[in-house]
Design a protein around this ligand. Structure first.
Ligand SMILES: NC(=O)c1ccc[n+]([C@@H]2O[C@H](COP(=O)([O-])OP(=O)(O)OC[C@H]3O[C@@H](n4cnc5c(N)ncnc54)[C@H](OP(=O)(O)O)[C@@H]3O)[C@@H](O)[C@H]2O)c1
Length: 275
């Protein structure tokens, strides 16, 4: 049976990496990497790996796993990061030649804040340095691997979401404008879809059906979530009043129409509903 299961190697067992390996079946010789501490309760092999330290590259198994790269950029400077990525890519080609496929978890931050509907095929010029770093990463990785890029919106799910923030009195993220989201279980499901479809799209936006400013979601939550009350809502800063919301939108038609991916949590309402 397991002969037909895909073999993956997850670089970075964070929120997404753990969800992916916990919720989906992979070949038993699949693996993941940790940096500071091993992940408890995972049946698959784990290797200690620091992307910032070339000496640790040897820790990666020499096999034909499909790589899923969840680690964010290391350097702050664009040129430094490009050089670092080129050195890693060249090392991988030389020393891990069978690992040719890589699914890269990027971000919708590669799209600028210009008010329009952004799809995967548009030319990009990110506003923020973080978006520029991500775009550069996408581009450099393509020089060394057969890459499929996933661009998620804000990733939320069990233990990391607005309900938890409100419960402990943390502020609402001060992102101006519409926030596009994706539940971590859906994101993991989309990764699996890409692993199973090497001929699938080279780039796909991973956002759900209803982008809303975080403040609107918080206002909805204090009305509808049994563990929250309206008093838990912090005061909304003037700069984030509804009239000031930029209307950048991220297109998800490739995900929903072309790939026919069915979201388990189409909006934050399903995703944040208490179980
Ligand atoms: N959170 C969001 O809303 C959002 C939105 C769009 C895109 N993204 C991006 O999507 C990706 C997956 O998200 P996530 O929520 O799963 O992220 P996450 O929980 O922060 O996981 C990232 C993983 O990368 C590891 N890592 C970081 N730097 C490393 C290094 N130099 N060498 C080796 N491992 C390293 C982390 O290990 P440690 O635990 O040791 O730090 C962690 O296991 C990330 O790149 C994230 O930036 C996130």
């Amino acid at each position: 049976m397991s002969e037909n299961l895909p073999k993956i190697g997850v670089l970075g067992l964070g929120f997404l990496g753990k969800t992916l390996l916990r919720e989906h079946a992979f070949s038993p010789d699949s693996w993941g990497t940790w940096r500071e501490s091993r992940v408890a309760g995972l049946a698959l092999a784990q290797h200690c790996f620091d992307w910032d330290n070339p000496e640790s590259f040897h820790q990666l198994p020499n096999d034909n796993a499909v790589l899923v790269l969840t680690i964010p950029p290391v350097e702050k400077n664009l040129e430094d990061e490009a050089l670092r990525l080129q050195a890693w890519g060249a090392w991988m080609q030389q020393n891990r030649p069978q690992q040719q496929r890589l699914i890269y978890i990027s971000t919708t931050g590669v799209y600028s804040w210009q008010e329009r509907l952004w799809n995967e095929d548009m030319p990009l010029s990110p506003d923020a340095p973080s978006g520029q770093l991500r775009l550069k990463t996408e581009q450099v990785l393509c020089e060394f691997f057969k890459v499929q890029v996933l661009r998620p919106g804000g990733i939320y799910g069990p233990g990391r979401n607005l309900v938890e923030r409100l419960k402990v009195g943390k502020g609402i993220p001060a992102t101006p404008g519409l926030t596009h989201r994706i539940h971590v279980c859906d994101l993991a499901g989309i990764v699996v879809w890409l692993v199973q479809h090497p001929e699938g799209p080279g780039c796909v936006n991973a956002v759900d059906q209803e982008a809303r400013p975080s403040w609107e979601v918080a206002e909805w939550l204090v009305q509808h979530h049994p563990k929250l009350t309206p008093e838990m809502l912090p005061e909304r800063p003037e700069s984030l009043s509804p009239g000031n919301v930029p209307k950048r939108r991220i297109d998800n038609q490739r995900l929903l129409r072309e790939m026919r991916y069915e979201l388990r949590f189409p909006t934050f309402r399903e995703g944040l509903r208490p179980h």
